[in-house]
Design a protein around this ligand. Structure first.
Ligand code: UDP
Ligand code: MG
Length: 326
């Protein structure tokens, strides 16, 4: 008999729930109170992986408390700064052990009770369970902007996702492994997941107002996220731009010829200078937009080449498991 303390072998979790947390001290108590009972009711081994994305409030302290309370089911990854929601989820994906991995927001906008419906679809054999928010509870301009972006994204990237913004989603072990393996800079995990899915399905889920606190997304961050989504999954913006460039330069050649002919036939003309200005401004505007677009792609290449880690882990708080290095 060995003298080492005996660590009971625990069953491998069949369900992993990954939750990014960024300054959510006001939401966490309510989340804990609903999440654990909802998962207990599923009667299968599970783990909750909370990824703290550089919170500066009491979030980490609350997570530690939860770990004391439910050490078997709770794992905490503390990142060394704010790397963004999707990088935080990636950090959780790389540690998830379950055969089905569900992502959830910490602010209770996605009701934890809905996880049961996702699991049911996974049990039926679907490897990617997307969701559509039945009645979205966000400010009106975000609802409108988001549905417009959904249409544009679907057109140019060909990725079928009815509601790209809903983060309550489930991914099979294979998809999570593929995402973990891909060295892509793309942060938008729901799109990446649906790209790798063989038997995807979408189900309607409830959506609630934020439990408390405010959205961690500013307008700027939302625009960045959408640029990432567009340029990360499609070359169409770039191609459209070069098409437009070709058409416009042909038209400008015609216009120059026309002006030349007028010069020969009518002599110098001063009128119409303003309309000429207007045209020049339009062309300059298009050129500037094109340069910006090129910049988006070059920026992506730069990030990809640089290949820095997308996140840095400060600490991991979890139970030691038999046969696994801690
Ligand atoms: N989040 C994060 N890092 C960030 C921003 C957000 O981990 O930089 C988390 C946040 O704590 C929440 C989830 O991502 O659990 C969704 O954020 P939020 O509710 O602010 O976004 P919204 O619902 O407004 O799109
Ligand atoms: Mg939210």
């Amino acid at each position: 008999m060995s003298a080492r303390p005996h660590i009971a072998p625990r069953p491998t979790p069949r369900l992993s729930v990954v939750i990014p947390v960024f300054n959510e001290e006001t939401c966490l108590p309510a989340l804990f109170a609903r999440l654990y009972p909802a998962l207990d009711a599923l009667h299968r081994p599970y783990e909750c992986i909370f990824v703290d994305d550089g919170s500066t409030d009491r979030s980490v302290a609350l997570l530690r408390q939860m770990f004391q309370h439910r050490p078997h089911e709770t794992r905490i990854v503390i990142l060394r700064g704010n790397f963004g929601q999707h990088s935080a989820i990636r950090a959780g994906f790389e540690r998830a052990r379950g055969e089905f991995v569900v992502t959830l927001d910490a602010d209770l906008q996605n009701p934890p009770e809905e996880i049961a419906h996702l699991v049911a679809r996974f049990d039926e054999g679907h490897d990617y369970v997307g969701t559509i928010r039945e009645q979205r509870r966000d400010v009106w301009w975000r609802r409108k902007a988001s549905s417009a972006m959904n249409v544009v994204r679907e057109r140019i990237s060909g990725i079928r996702m009815t509601d790209q913004g809903c983060m309550l989603r489930g991914y099979s072990r294979e998809i999570v492994d593929t995402i973990n393996r891909s060295r892509e800079v793309t942060t938008f995990l729901p799109a990446l997941g649906s790209l790798y899915a063989l038997r995807p399905i979408e189900i309607p889920v409830r959506h609630e107002q934020r439990e408390s606190g405010t959205s961690k997304y500013s307008v700027y961050r939302l625009i960045r996220l959408n640029f990432d989504l567009m340029t990360g999954f499609s070359l169409v913006p770039l191609q459209l731009f070069s098409m437009a460039g070709i058409v416009i330069s042909l038209l400008s050649v015609l216009f120059v010829v026309y002006l030349g002919v007028r010069r020969l036939l009518l002599g110098p003309e001063a009128e119409g200078v303003f309309s000429l200005f207007a045209i020049v401004f339009l062309l300059i505007g298009i050129v500037l937009f094109g340069i910006g677009l090129l910049g988006e792609y070059i920026g992506r290449i730069y990030l990809q080449v640089r290949d820095r880690p997308r996140y840095l882990v400060d600490a991991v708080i979890e139970e030691e498991r038999q046969g696994e290095p801690s």
